[in-house]
Design a protein around this ligand. Structure first.
Ligand code: URA
Length: 467
């Protein structure tokens, strides 16, 4: 019989300290009920110091998914989290597959803790709002935030990357973090009364928010679920929401109205387009027709003001015969919505109109078209644009940019200013939605997606100006 062991961790969110202690205990075979976990500076020390653990037995490996799960769950405010995680670690010691058992109440509970923490992190990324103060003749940006869990250290990297050149502090009741452009420091928790309220930055922020606000996203129920009222008091823009909803719905209606007011394509144009589409259905300009199911031609109104050019159809597009209906299409659709662009008012096509793939087992895996294939297919895209004569053509990614300009362009350098195409029309270049799908890190993906939406918003504003 082993006496209860007391383990004191240096901080509430100290995964490394928990891991080191838990590993030693588990290797020694100490059962979960025999360990009392505490945090330094927490409750008064009624039991004296920590008990040294018994000598360790053989070491064992745990799956990476457990480490990820534990790193999140450890930040939860549930006081039992350390011992729950330790109990799961012991299970993994005797059964490597223990984590797969979703019916196990222990696995289920820890997954719930981790999920709640991840949600809190997401909220903090989205709802921290800085206010500017003057400090030693320079600016410092201060934000007040009340997370539900111990996530401040976990989110610091996100704010350092996002606001690298700013000097900022995020104050929370449990812990404050400070960034001076080079180093991150910490201080004990603060009180809301100490944070500045209202300043010129607030005005800038409100103006910015008003300019990016999009009605398509305003689903009141979803909004209050995503942005719980408890965060509203720290967010200047929430005062604007009612007015913006009305204004934004008007903007979407205006876009549809403007598109309906555009001269209808003449019968000639409609007939020419139908003939072109039919001709493309039998295209043999390159080899790709041999393996693809069908030609995926462009679609959309022939009086569209914007033409989007993608790369080539994917697996689902090849089967459906329509562009951007698969996973990349879903990202494209939601980004368009956020940018205030109504897809049904635009024409969407691809630089290459047959699906190029390699077979891996039964799966057809996308293969990038080469320059010969892009150049062979260019003719179709040029004919589509000649008939539609859009105000703006948008190249989604490098293949589309190559098809439209004949050059290999670097997207990051080209995405802020329009190019002039050979026919004198305007072309904007941005990333391909699949690029976002391929970014494994959630934070970077969110950042790149925001840039994509920013590009699309800029394009919408430009088209509004031109038409
Ligand atoms: N990617 C593209 O470029 N086009 C599509 O239609 C689908 C995915």
């Amino acid at each position: 019989m082993i006496d209860a062991l007391r383990i004191t961790l240096p901080a509430e969110d100290d995964f490394e300290a928990w891991r080191d202690a838990a590993r030693g205990l588990a290797e020694s075979g100490v059962p979960a009920h025999a360990v009392v976990w505490t945090v330094a500076g927490g409750e008064p020390d009624l039991f004296g110091g920590d008990t040294p653990p018994p000598p360790p037995g053989p070491s064992f490996a745990v799956p990476r998914s457990f480490v990820d799960l534990a790193k999140s769950a450890i930040c939860h405010t549930d006081r039992e989290r350390f011992s729950l995680l330790y109990a799961l670690l012991l299970k993994l010691r005797s059964n490597k597959q223990a984590l797969e058992d979703r019916a196990d109440p222990l696995v289920h509970r820890i997954e719930r803790l981790a999920k709640e923490v991840r949600r809190d992190v997401h909220k903090m990324h989205a709802f921290v709002r800085f206010r500017e103060i003057e400090e030693d003749g320079d600016s410092r940006f201060i934000a007040w935030f009340e997370p539900d869990h111990y996530i401040v250290r976990q989110t610091a990297g996100f704010f350092m990357r996002r606001f690298t050149t700013m000097r900022w502090s995020i104050l929370t009741p449990a812990l404050c973090i400070h960034w001076d452009g080079e180093t991150l420091s910490e201080s004990p928790g603060a009180e809301r009364a100490g944070t500045p309220q209202g300043d010129p930055v607030e005005e800038t922020w409100k103006t910015y928010y008003a300019s990016i606000f999009n009605p398509a996203r305003v689903k009141i129920k979803a909004m209050t679920k995503e942005m719980p009222k408890k965060y509203w008091k720290n967010m200047p823009e929430t005062a604007l929401i009612a007015g913006l909803i009305a204004g934004a719905q008007k903007r979407e209606a205006a876009m549809i109205e403007r598109s309906e007011a555009m001269p209808k394509p003449t019968r000639n144009i409609a007939a020419s387009w139908a003939a072109l589409r039919e001709e493309a259905a039998h295209c043999t300009r390159c080899e790709l027709y041999q393996c693809a199911s069908q030609t995926v031609f462009g679609e959309g109104p022939l009086n569209a003001r914007i033409i989007f050019v993608g790369e080539q159809p994917g697996d689902q597009e090849d089967l459906a015969g329509r562009p951007f209906v698969g996973p990349a299409g879903q990202i494209f659709d939601t980004a368009l919505e956020e940018a205030g662009i109504v897809r049904s008012t635009t024409y969407v096509t691809n630089a290459v109109k047959h699906f190029k793939f390699v077979l891996r087992g039964k799966k057809r895996i996308h293969a990038r078209p080469d320059t010969g294939e892009i150049d062979a297919c260019r003719w179709w895209q040029e004919q589509e644009r000649r008939l539609i004569q859009p105000a703006v053509t948008v190249a989604l990614g490098a293949t589309a940019a190559r098809s439209l300009t004949g050059k290999t362009l670097t997207i990051s350098r080209m995405r802020t200013t329009p190019l002039t195409l050979a026919d004198g029309s305007e072309c904007w270049v941005t990333v391909h939605p699949s690029f976002l799908l391929r970014i494994p890190e959630q934070e970077r993906r969110a950042e790149e997606r925001a840039l994509f939406v920013r590009d699309l918003t800029r394009i919408r504003e430009r088209v509004e100006l031109l038409t």
